[in-house]
Design a binder for this molecule. Sequence first.
Ligand code: FES
Length: 75
Amino acid sequence: MIICLCEGVSDREVKALVGNGVRNVAAVGRICGAGQNCGQCTKSIQRLLNASGAREGTQRDLGATHCQGEERALD
Ligand code: FES
């Protein structure tokens, strides 16, 4: 299911990022763009993070999943 309509990012993609150690909404956004436009999906992203046990304040940036090939700068 697509959770970020602006960027076409699915819950599977976000779950994959979480499974690879991404731990906050900002990091998800930096990697695949979800939540970086209108922001309507940020609560959904946070719910996926919460369901995984992720907590604010910890993060690990990884290479992109579906975003590979997109030219997004990672901070
Ligand atoms: S729906 Fe995700 S930024 Fe707009």
